[in-house]
Design a protein around this ligand. Structure first.
Ligand code: PNS
Length: 164
């Protein structure tokens, strides 16, 4: 049984994340999507919202489980007996940071490999920050987030923008 972890902030989940999670689910027996609780940057969405959005958006994928974690990813991976971390790579700009994290995680646990999946061409530019920025400025975020959670995400972005 090969378990992989797809870690991230998912603030909020995008169609780009779902594409990577779906592809990881075909490569591994069990995929745990691990949502980081305490972000350095203050999240727009609570941990409950971020995990709830992911649960709804992955409901059709049998071998995917959504969990939250805090602390070191390497410790969480060991606790879950995962052999790999799966991350999506969009552009060269992602590489340096991802490379640093992958090497750190393997230093912390020599058995823990990081597998990079190249993003689908359609999602090259996409990020959670783009979704928040476009939504807060009244733009259409429907191409960027899973359809089943679009309305909830938009409502929360609007509520937050009005609070400012
Ligand atoms: O979606 P993100 O913000 O790129 O995800 C970053 C994440 C959650 C993968 C990264 O911040 C992380 O693994 N944090 C846990 C703390 C940790 O293990 N740090 C050491 C490895 S750099």
């Amino acid at each position: 049984m090969r378990t992989a972890i797809c870690p991230g902030s998912f603030d909020p989940v995008t169609v780009g994340h779902i594409d990577i999670i779906k592809r990881a689910s075909k490569l591994f027996d069990h995929v745990i999507v691990a949502v980081l609780v305490n972000l350095d940057k203050k999240p727009w969405f609570t941990i409950e919202e971020r995990t709830d959005f992911l649960r709804k958006a992955t409901a059709d994928i049998d071998n995917v489980e959504i969990m939250s974690f805090s602390g070191l990813l390497a410790d969480f991976a060991a606790q879950k007996k995962a052999s790999a971390i799966v991350k999506g790579l969009r552009a060269v700009s992602d590489f340096e940071y991802e490379f640093q994290m992958a090497l750190t995680n393997r230093k912390l646990d020599s058995n823990l490999e990081t597998v990079f999946l190249t993003t689908s061409a359609d999602n090259m530019y996409l990020s959670s920050s783009i979704v928040k920025q476009v939504g807060a400025l009244g733009g259409d975020v429907s191409p960027f987030v899973p359809e089943c959670i679009h309305d909830e995400i938009l409502l929360r972005i609007k509520q937050r923008s009005n609070m400012k």
